[in-house]
Design a binder for this molecule. Structure first.
Ligand SMILES: C[S@@+](CC[C@H](N)C(=O)[O-])C[C@H]1O[C@@H](n2cnc3c(N)ncnc32)[C@H](O)[C@@H]1O
Length: 242
């Protein structure tokens, strides 16, 4: 597939990736490691985001600035797709379809990420899982793309997960990383398991919001894999357009 915008515009620069719904940059870091120049956008300030960052509504920013980039990643909040909503009677915005519409209007290669319970909303998503990348978390996430993405082979789930909030043990070496009032030791261990050292608690210090950030994140290894293939896809599109 080729795209209406000639990308990259200067052939010797790093391609630019727009990281929508960025939080503290779990996804963004993987794209950076894959060779992208990453810019994040989130509705809330993200002081721990490691790259250029803008505070804005994701769809509004995409409409206003999307064409300044070569590719877009979007991680709309997943709460709308949680089965727990049937019990807690809360309502959350359903952003996957509006985000897809905005991405199609821009016409760049895109990635839309979400949780497994959002599968009915996503078009032929690839599933990624921690052991595909040597991680000690299962953390299934789905990735819809408008270009061809294949997941690595999916290893069996043979290791046991420790309960959320507890540190791993030799018998239960995998972590479950979801919200809660967890210890600093747990936060740092979770950051190691996810590959997010920049939001670890420094000795004697604190990282505000770090627990929420690690619990919301995609492991950078997932987007490193995606970004490596996206980079190749963009290079092929540029060659085809030349
Ligand atoms: C699941 S987190 C994204 C995690 C991120 N991809 C990562 O790997 O670290 C979703 C984020 O969307 C942000 N958000 C919610 N509504 C938004 C909106 N309308 N525009 C931009 N960001 C929004 C939240 O503040 C939150 O940080």
């Amino acid at each position: 597939m080729t795209y209406p915008i000639p990308i990259p515009r200067e052939r010797d620069r790093r391609p630019r990736l727009l990281d929508l719904f960025s939080c503290a940059g779990g996804a963004g870091m993987g794209y950076h490691q894959a060779g992208f120049d990453v810019t994040g956008v989130d509705i809330h300030p993200q002081p721990n985001y490691p790259f250029t960052h803008h505070v804005a509504d994701a769809i509004a920013y995409l409409h206003a600035h999307g064409r300044e980039y070569d590719a877009v990643h979007a991680s709309p909040p997943c709460q709308h797709y949680s089965p727990l909503n049937a019990y807690n009677h809360k309502t959350y915005p359903d952003l996957i379809a509006p985000v897809r519409d905005a991405l199609n209007a821009i016409g760049l290669p895109y990635v839309i990420e979400n949780v497994e319970t959002a599968a009915p909303e996503l078009r032929q998503p690839a599933l990624l899982c921690g052991p595909m990348f040597g991680l000690r978390v299962y953390r299934h996430r789905l990735f819809e793309t408008n270009w061809s993405l294949t997941a690595p082979a999916h290893p069996g789930h043979t290791a046991t997960c420790v309960r959320n909030g507890y540190l791993p043990t030799p018998d239960r070496p995998f972590m479950t990383i979801t919200g809660g009032r967890h210890s600093r030791a747990w936060q740092n261990t979770a950051c190691d398991a996810m590959g997010m050292p920049w939001i670890k608690v420094p000795p004697g210090g604190d990282i505000p919001r770090g627990i929420r950030e690690v619990c919301e994140a995609i492991p950078p290894a997932y987007t490193h894999w995606i970004g490596t293939h996206l980079h190749a896809h963009i290079a092929t599109s540029v060659e085809a357009a030349a």
